[in-house]
Design a protein around this ligand. Structure first.
Ligand code: 8IG
Length: 271
């Protein structure tokens, strides 16, 4: 990707934001929420639906590739009357479309006015001693092992505080029991080997997944504040001896939807 491509990607996000405004009538987007697998069932709790469209109605969005990734964009009005954009599903790097489509939603949200981006995901837990399956964990930082970066050119974006301390404190005020952890991002689509999981633990990782880090980088580049939330759906490979299964991820999401919905609604309303 050249710097011209990067400028074109930002322009495409601007076009998508214009199309979003025309399609939904919402011209005052306060924040955006990206719901990963496991989180989509929690969406209805966040607010009253103002409009909902397939992502493919907007320029630059790829159709959904995975069961449980719904590929729709919803505008909701929260309890305090603010418009929040919800992405029901996301594009992953492992789909092979490149990094542009992975961060297009975040860039579109920022172009539409969002000053806060909430990124959610389902993740493997690297600390089964303290993490339970079905627990939400605040992302405190990440280790980007995807080999990709959404930024091209000599733009040395500061990543000292990707995941806003202020927003983490706000989330903990809503749910004081929330643990924090470092999210290790892999390209996927394979899960890790047990040796890679041991490496991640030794590196200081607490969570492992295939999303979020690149979107968080794009959000920081765009000047938005980021909140990251992982739903622990399995212990990392080799930590228990059980093989990993995507259906389990979706089942944990359905089982925890009420709790995650309440958490999201409370947090989003305070943004
Ligand atoms: I859910 O154990 C979920 N997503 N890389 N590893 C990676 N991604 C995941 C995992 C996991 N669990």
């Amino acid at each position: 990707m050249s710097q011209d491509d990067h400028a074109a990607a930002l322009a495409l996000a601007g076009e998508a934001a214009d199309a979003l405004r025309s399609a939904t009538g919402a011209d005052d987007i306060h924040a955006a929420l990206v719901l990963g697998s496991g989180w989509v069932p929690a969406a209805d709790a966040v607010g009253r639906t103002v409009a909902e469209i397939p992502v493919t109605d907007l320029p630059g969005f790829a159709p959904p590739a995975v069961a449980g990734h719904a590929g729709r964009i919803r505008v909701v009005s929260t309890a305090s009357g603010r418009n929040v954009l919800i992405f029901l599903g996301r594009t992953h790097l492992y789909e092979g479309l490149g990094v542009g489509p992975v961060v297009h939603g975040v860039r579109t949200a920022i172009a539409a006015g969002a000053g806060t981006i909430v990124l959610t995901n389902a993740a493997g837990g690297l600390r089964p001693e303290t993490q339970r399956v079905g627990d939400p964990v605040l992302i405190s930082d990440h280790i980007n092992l995807t080999g990709a970066n959404p930024i091209t050119g000599a733009r040395f974006v500061d990543l000292t505080e990707v995941y806003s301390r202020r927003l983490r404190e706000l989330a903990r005020a809503a749910e004081p029991s929330l643990a924090e952890g470092v999210y290790v991002a892999f390209r996927g689509p394979t899960y890790e080997t047990p040796a890679e999981i041991r490496m991640c633990r030794a590196f200081g990782g607490d969570l492992v997944g295939m999303s979020t880090a690149l979107e968080a980088i794009a959000a920081r580049e765009g000047g938005a504040e980021v909140l990251g939330l992982s739903l622990v759906t399995n212990p990392g490979a080799g930590l228990t001896g059980e093989p990993l299964d995507h259906q389990e991820v979706l089942a944990v999401g359905r089982a925890t939807a009420a709790r995650m919905g309440e958490l999201l609604a409370t947090v989003v309303d305070k943004l």
